[in-house]
Design a protein around this ligand. Structure first.
Ligand SMILES: Cc1cc2nc3c(=O)[nH]c(=O)nc-3n(C[C@H](O)[C@H](O)[C@H](O)COP(=O)(O)OP(=O)(O)OC[C@H]3O[C@@H](n4cnc5c(N)ncnc54)[C@H](O)[C@@H]3O)c2cc1C
Length: 434
């Protein structure tokens, strides 16, 4: 029996088999065979979800051998890719054709299918999550056939399938709406947290992409302000680049989090040290090089989307929670903004959204902290990121999604017997109902 674990190493399962088809025809065969044998089927991408979204004891299907760009039309920006392509490879293939993704998250190790299936997002009040950048997809369904689902032919199914957490079928191909390649000028700088919170809405609206990290036990926020530009690329200044990559994301940060794990009472001082060392940096480069970072420090994470007008107060409450309970939270609280979209299960469904993420070093107790944060987020009508930890169930998620019933109707149509329902889907989406 095969074994599988996710990037963070915290979700493990023993699938009956792990299949790696080389073509859509092989994928159809794999799904059909599993369904005939009464086995569940779960697609897996790069395993970068913190939940058990990809786990199964049935057949796990990886599209690691289906990662090609099939067609690209630089004039329309429409690009058809196989479902297993990894975002970093996609970005390079697009750049070679003078194209880019309109927006991205902060890493590019995910597959495009895994990323859209959980509504993976970047930041920018004018930009929707990755699933909003699709114009069509092909789904291999429980009936063992490949169906094209597009906004023109079947808008309801398309809005369901864009963010379906693997529960409608296996996405074999996607057509993306790409944009002409562009560069971004990004300035990272420490600022007083109180000032950032007081001007949060203005800051978010004033820049193409705005986000910040708030460090518990300090008064400091590290803001990342990005503007799209026609200017030529400029290499990063060495010290700033080192500080950003090593201090905020990797080597030095990793060492400090290990120290904090061994001596939790040191965490407040370590956080103050990090903010004192961070002097800011500036870079101007192709969009995909600015968006994505290498993340070597292992952690677990919860992220909630709330209405953006509630952001400042919710962030203050999370900071207060950490400090009042003296929790050993060495990771900063990450705050991003996303435009509304219309995917039925998108956490930013029809509302301008602020995403607030909390992290905990791998191996440190996180549940009491995450549950307390979740309570705060629920008060603001929060919707959890589908790929990150949360404790919600179908019964209490349904009222948070105005078109929950419409999603379930599409699910019952495409997967009437629940072939694609794993434990996670059963918990957060409930059983297939007809
Ligand atoms: C270090 C790190 C940084 C991250 N940064 C961000 C960020 O900036 N923004 C953000 O929003 N999220 C972020 N995430 C979360 C991540 O983007 C999501 O969890 C994403 O779903 C992971 O993609 P994956 O390819 O690893 O998919 P997996 O985690 O393997 O799978 C995710 C879901 O997609 C389904 N799926 C995968 N492939 C298919 C397919 N072919 N057909 C149908 N369903 C499929 C799976 O069944 C599962 O339900 C981050 C995660 C990590 C570990």
């Amino acid at each position: 029996m095969a074994t599988w674990r996710n990037w963070a190493g915290e979700q493990r399962c023993a699938p009956h088999a792990i299949e790696r088809p080389r073509s859509e025809a092989e994928l159809v065969e794999v799904v059909g065979r599993a369904a005939d044998q009464g086995l569940g089927v779960r697609a897996v991408g790069s395993g970068h979800s913190f939940t058990d979204a990809a786990c199964t004891d049935g057949v796990m299907v990886s599209l690691a051998r289906m990662g090609a760009v099939l067609e690209a039309d630089p004039a329309s920006g429409l690009v058809r890719v196989q479902g297993g392509i990894v975002l970093g490879e996609l970005a390079l293939a697009l750049a070679a054709r003078g194209l880019a993704l309109e927006n991205q998250g902060d890493i590019d190790a995910q597959t495009i299918s895994g990323a859209v299936s959980t509504a993976t997002h970047g930041t920018g009040t004018g930009f929707v999550n990755l699933s909003g950048q699709l114009s069509a997809l092909r789904l291999v369904t429980a009936a063992g056939e490949a169906v094209e689902v597009s906004e023109d032919d079947d808008p309801r199914a398309f809005r369901a399938a864009r963010v379906a957490v693997g529960s409608l079928g296996v996405i074999s191909e996607l057509t993306l709406r790409c944009v002409p390649a562009f560069r971004i000028h990004r300035i990272d700088e420490p600022r007083p947290l109180a000032e950032v919170l007081a001007a949060l809405e203005e800051l978010a609206d004033a820049h193409d992409h705005f986000e910040f990290f708030a460090f518990p036990y300090t008064d400091t926020a590290l803001t990342l302000t990005s503007t799209r530009t026609e200017e030529p690329a400029r290499p990063r200044d060495g010290r700033g680049a080192w500080i950003e990559e090593e201090l905020v994301y990797n080597g030095v940060f990793g060492a400090l989090t290990r120290l904090g794990r061994a001596f939790p009472t040191l965490v407040p001082s370590l956080n103050r040290l990090v903010t004192r060392m961070s002097s800011g940096s500036e870079q101007l480069d192709s969009s995909h090089r600015i968006y994505a970072h290498d993340r070597r420090v292992r952690f677990t994470e919860m992220e909630y989307g709330i209405p953006r007008q509630a952001a400042a107060i919710a962030i203050e409450r999370v900071m207060d929670l950490v400090e009042r309970r003296r929790l050993p939270v060495g990771f900063p609280i990450e705050v991003r903004f996303v435009a509304p979209d219309d995917a039925l299960l998108s956490p930013s469904y029809e509302r301008p959204t602020c995403y607030i993420a909390v992290h905990m070093t791998a191996g440190v107790e996180f549940e009491s902290f995450f549950r307390a944060v979740e309570e705060i987020m629920r008060e603001y009508g929060g919707r959890p990121h589908w790929g990150k930890r949360h404790y919600r169930t179908a019964a209490d998620l349904a009222p948070a999604y105005p078109e929950w019933g419409a999603f379930q109707a599409v699910r019952a149509r495409l997967d009437p017997t629940g072939v694609f329902t794993n434990d996670y889907a059963a918990r957060v989406l409930g059983p297939v109902t007809r």
